[in-house]
Design a protein around this ligand. Sequence first.
Ligand SMILES: Cc1cc2nc3c(=O)[nH]c(=O)nc-3n(C[C@H](O)[C@H](O)[C@H](O)COP(=O)(O)OP(=O)(O)OC[C@H]3O[C@@H](n4cnc5c(N)ncnc54)[C@H](O)[C@@H]3O)c2cc1C
Length: 333
Amino acid sequence: MSNLKPSIWVYGDYRNYFQNRVTLQLLAHAKDLAPKIEADVCAVVFGYQVDEYVGEYIAHGAVKVYVVDDKSLTSYCTETHVNLMERLVCAHHPEIILVGATDFGRELSPRLAKRLRTGLTADCIGLNINDDGLLIQTAPAFGGNLLAETVTPVTKPQMATVRPGTFQELPHDYEAQGDILHIAMPPDLPRPKVRMINCKRLPQRRQRLEEAKIVVCGGRGMGSKVKFKKLFELAQLLDAEVGATRPVVYSKWIGHDALVGQAGKHINPQILFSFGTSGAIQHTAAIHDAELIIAVNKNPDATMMKMADVAIVADANQVCSALIRELKARIRE
Ligand SMILES: Cc1cc2nc3c(=O)[nH]c(=O)nc-3n(C[C@H](O)[C@H](O)[C@H](O)COP(=O)(O)OP(=O)(O)OC[C@H]3O[C@@H](n4cnc5c(N)ncnc54)[C@H](O)[C@@H]3O)c2cc1C
């Protein structure tokens, strides 16, 4: 091994503000864990002209940053990032690798774990170190009904992806110092089989779903894509964001970024309107922090109705339309 001191690596996922926040949250928690195994906290950054992130990661807890800065890394490519990570890991043998459970992180981590023939716990909501110095990886299991604690006792590195928002990032430390290790792009890295032809940003939401004070969430009970669209009008009037259940996302009534639940976003609004959702555990696991839930469902026995603070037994479309009319009338007054 080239590194005598153990290290905890955090993969630098920085391509948008949201991803970068997760990386900073992981650095903060890695800093808490590091003394328990006398480890260094390191970040790994691949990209082009990434100095800004290198500095930010040092200011948020990394004492060392491994950087591959190359024009060929301008756009993200899973294969290339996996190849680079594999080489770095084999050269430096980190004890632990933490990755944000973003779309990129979820794509990269299982591939890397397979290459390294090690374990990976996905979507962790807690990480600690046990008496044997092993990483305890806590993640929901069986549809969120149980929390499973997993350790990887035999193989290294121990790997986990962690849900955004699980940990708090540290304040920016302007005095922080760290080592920066620039690594040249290996010339013999396999060429990726996938090539990016074009990249287009999705229209921006007014605010992030996870941070919205009011969320209007629609389920299959909205009936159709056309009817579901009413929720956007309602959301605009309420200065709210629109979320959805899995059948709605799978039917393409709205994009995947609106998915609320175990496989999507966790939300904590002050008010959650829930239209035509049954309240499956995979969905409700992500709405427990909502302060007030107003549910509309034809079926009074639906789980969502039982969970709601205000349960309206009615047709979801009719209630949505009535609310829109009422709000518009108030604006006109
Ligand atoms: C591994 C796994 C992960 C999953 N992850 C997620 C996840 O992250 N998020 C998620 O949402 N789901 C997830 N699911 C799916 C989940 O189990 C449910 O199938 C899903 O949440 C149900 O969506 P729904 O409530 O829109 O639809 P349904 O369960 O079909 O419920 C529709 C509701 O609408 C009501 N309704 C019908 N017509 C009307 C009307 N006109 N007016 C009012 N009410 C009406 C019905 O009474 C019913 O209660 C996951 C499932 C699995 C197996």
